[in-house]
Design a protein around this ligand. Structure first.
Ligand code: ACO
Length: 320
C-alpha cells in the first residue's frame, strides 16, 4: 500500500508584475533578469493573503480529484509566509471547506515545504493514521521582500498549489529528505523580535536576505545527489524517469541539474518564466499545470525535488 496523487489544483493572484514593471521601481532590466534567472513575470498579491489563495487552490484540487472536503482526514499547509502566527493556515482552510473532523497543521521548510509535506502525508498514510490528505503549498513572499534589494526581490512571486493524496496500490515509490542547519544563514528572513514588558526594543521588521551564489552552488550540487539517492533506492536509472518536476527557483539551476544528470532539458517542465519562485507553492502549481495539460499519463515515472532555506532538500519518486 502506498500514496497516490488523485487531484491537483492551483491559484495565483490576478496582478501580473513584469520585469519591465520592476525596472520602473529599481535599477534592473528585463534582459538582466531573464538572462540570469529565466523569469519574465510574477504574480503579486494585492491583499487576499495565504489562506484565501490556499483555499482557492484546494477547491480546484478537490474538484479535480472528484471528492468532497468531508472525505479528508488531514490538511497540511506548507508555508513560510502565513497570514498569522496562529491559528495555523490549515485550520483556517478547514473552516472554509466545512470539514470539521480532519487534523490540520502547517509545516515550515521553505522551498522544500511541499516535498516535506508530501513525505509527511505519505508516512501518515503508510502508518494507517490517515487515508486521504489535502496538501497545500501557499506563499505570499512579496510581503517578505525588500523592494529596494534588486538581487533578491526580482526572484520571487506569490501563489498556491494543492494536491489530494490517498491510499492506493501504486503511487509514491520512494522518498528522501535532508536538512543541514550549518549553512542556514545563506537564505534567511528573521521573525518577530522579542519585545515584552521586560525587554524593550525598537521593533524592526526584517526582509528576506540571500547569498545568491551560495544558494546556487548548494542547489546544483545537492539536487542531482538527492535524485541519484532516490533512484538508487527504487533501483531505477534516470533514463526510466519521464519527468523531473523541480522547485522553480531559477532556469539556470534547472539547466545545470539536467546537465549533471545527463537528462535532456525537455524532461524538466518549467513555469518559472510566468510565476518566479513561489517557494512551497512552486511544485504543486507546476504539477497542476502539467496534469491539466495532459502531460502525464498513467504509468509515467515522475521525480519531484525541492530545495531551499534551512538548508533543506528532498525528493520523491512516484508512478502517475
Ligand atoms: N538587475 C541588474 N543588476 C543586478 C541585479 C538586478 N536585478 N541584481 C544584481 N545585479 C548586479 C549586482 O549588483 C552585480 O553588480 P556588480 O558586478 O557591479 O557588483 C552584478 O549584477 C552581478 O551580481 P551577482 O550577484 O554576482 O549576480 P549572479 O550572476 O550571481 O546572479 C542571482 C544573481 C540571479 C541571484 C544568482 O546568484 C542566482 O540565481 N542564485 C540562485 C538564487 C536562487 O535561485 N534563490 C532562490 C531562492 S532560494 C531557493 O528557492 C532555494
Amino acid at each position: 500500500m502506498t500514496t497516490k496523487i488523485i487531484g491537483t489544483g492551483h491559484y495565483v493572484p490576478e496582478r501580473i508584475v513584469t520585469n519591465d514593471d520592476l525596472a520602473m521601481i529599481m535599477d534592473t532590466s528585463d534582459e538582466w533578469i531573464a538572462e540570469r534567472t529565466g523569469i519574465r513575470q510574477r504574480r503579486i498579491d494585492t491583499g487576499e493573503g495565504v489562506v484565501s489563495m490556499a483555499l482557492k487552490a484546494s477547491k480546484n484540487a478537490l474538484e479535480n480529484a472528484g471528492i468532497t472536503a468531508d472525505m479528508l482526514d488531514m490538511i497540511i499547509v506548507a508555508t513560510s509566509t502565513a497570514d498569522d502566527l496562529f491559528p495555523n493556515t490549515a485550520s483556517l482552510v478547514q473552516r472554509e471547506l466545512g470539514n470539521h473532523q480532519c487534523v490540520c497543521f502547517d509545516l515550515s521548510a521553505a522551498c522544500s515545504g511541499f516535498l516535506y509535506a508530501l513525505n509527511t502525508a505519505h508516512a501518515y498514510i503508510k502508518a494507517g493514521m490517515a487515508k486521504t490528505v489535502l496538501i497545500i503549498g501557499s506563499e505570499c513572499l512579496s510581503k517578505t521582500m525588500d523592494w529596494t534589494d534588486r538581487s533578491t526581490s526580482i526572484l520571487f512571486g506569490d501563489g498556491a498549489g494543492a494536491v489530494i493524496v490517498t491510499e492506493a496500490e501504486t503511487g509514491i515509490e520512494s522518498v528522501v529528505a535532508h536538512s543541514d542547519g550549518r549553512k542556514g544563514e545563506v537564505i534567511i528572513c528573521d521573525g518577530r523580535p522579542l519585545e515584552n514588558f521586560l525587554v524593550k526594543k525598537n521593533v524592526t521588521y526584517a526582509y528576506t536576505q540571500m547569498d545568491g551564489q551560495e544558494v546556487f552552488r548548494f542547489a546544483v550540487k545537492t539536487v542531482p545527489e538527492c535524485i541519484h539517492e532516490l533512484l538508487d533506492q527504487a533501483k531505477i536509472g534516470v533514463e526510466d524517469v519521464d519527468y523531473f518536476i523541480l522547485h522553480q527557483a531559477n532556469e539556470r539551476i534547472i539547466r545545470s541539474v539536467s546537465k549533471r544528470l545527463r537528462v535532456p532539458l525537455e524532461r524538466f517542465p518549467m513555469n518559472l518564466h510566468n510565476y518566479g519562485n513561489t517557494s512551497a507553492a512552486s511544485i504543486p502549481i507546476l504539477l497542476d499545470e502539467c496534469n491539466r495539460n495532459g502531460l502525464f499519463v498513467p504509468g509515467h515515472k515522475i521525480v519531484l525535488s525541492g530545495f531551499g532555506a534551512g538548508l533543506t532538500w528532498g525528493a520523491a519518486l512516484l508512478t502517475w
